[in-house]
Design a protein around this ligand. Structure first.
Ligand SMILES: [Fe+2]
Length: 288
């Protein structure tokens, strides 16, 4: 085949997929090719713009390392992560809604005991996060695992701070026989997604702010149940309606309640003001 034109080229490329062994791969790639070609035709992309796009994607790749995931950030800020999440999770009644994983999850965080402090030594107001992991019918799930991670009061995750030893501001806690968990941390704050890379420049070019409302991440798992990737957002945050990654859902917004010094609900004697926040995570059974 030769002498392709603007109108015949797309079909010629699609025909090259005819012998792809995986039907699903063929289906996905043919859609990618059709939409990509349609986009280029629609905007009549210039050669300079195409090269700029290549340079941008190259820069995104070069910005990635074992602590920085610029491609997840790109996906998040373009709404792709939430679109995939929405398509893949139709939350049944009683189950907690999901949201983006984000670029700061680190597999293999340390196991912590209930009542432990994941933020010792980090800036921020002490906060007791407690709750339960339950079935859709509200029955407690013992031994469920909560992998939690968050930024400190300066809006930074551990992986964004140089010279930190080990994984901090994160941990894996398990529910007790009553399905309960609790741990101490600091009250999270709104923070900007990293803007020192190509995605930050893209946001600037789009005229967008980079902020996410204050939140704590949780990846909740239990044998026999669908794993849940979600956040708990702080009520009243100024960015709840303009989250840079489109991740906010009403059901995930909770109140962080301030308390004067005294004995906290877990028995800890607090000599300074502290906050409590409580949330029950509902899991759906596998294959429901
Ligand atoms: Fe986050």
């Amino acid at each position: 085949m030769r002498n392709f034109t603007e109108t015949t080229l797309t079909d010629a490329v699609l025909a090259k997929l005819d012998s792809a062994p995986s039907p699903r791969f063929r289906h996905v790639m043919s859609s990618v090719i059709r939409h990509l070609h349609a986009c280029i035709r629609e905007v009549e992309l210039t050669e300079a713009e195409w090269f700029a796009a290549i340079q941008f994607l190259t820069a995104v790749g070069k910005k990635c390392d074992d602590k920085r995931q610029e491609f997840i950030l790109l996906s998040d800020t373009l709404g792709v992560s939430m679109l995939v999440d929405t398509i893949n999770h139709h939350t049944p009644t009683g189950a907690t809604e999901s949201t983006v994983l984000g670029p700061f999850h680190v597999p293999g965080a340390s196991e912590i005991a209930n009542g432990a402090n994941v933020a010792a030594g980090f800036p921020g107001e002490p906060t007791l996060f407690s709750g339960r992991v339950v079935t859709m019918a509200g029955k407690p799930i013992a031994g469920a695992q909560l992998d939690v991670w968050q930024a400190d009061a300066e809006g930074l995750y551990d992986v964004q701070r140089a010279n930190l030893n080990g994984k901090q501001l994160r941990g894996i806690v398990r529910t007790n026989e009553q399905g309960k968990f609790w741990f101490w941390t600091v009250r999270p704050t709104a923070y900007p997604v990293p803007t020192d890379g190509p995605v930050g420049q893209m946001l600037l070019n789009m005229g967008r702010h980079p902020y996410r409302p204050a939140h704590i991440h949780a990846l909740v798992t239990a044998p026999g149940y669908e794993s849940l990737t979600t956040h708990v957002f702080a009520e009243g945050d100024q960015y709840l309606d303009s989250d840079a990654v489109f991740g906010v859902k009403d059901s995930l917004v909770v109140k962080f309640t301030r308390h004067e010094p005294g004995t906290a609900p877990d028995g800890t004697v607090m000599k300074q003001p502290y906050f409590t926040v409580s949330y029950d995570f509902g899991l759906s059974v596998v294959g429901r």
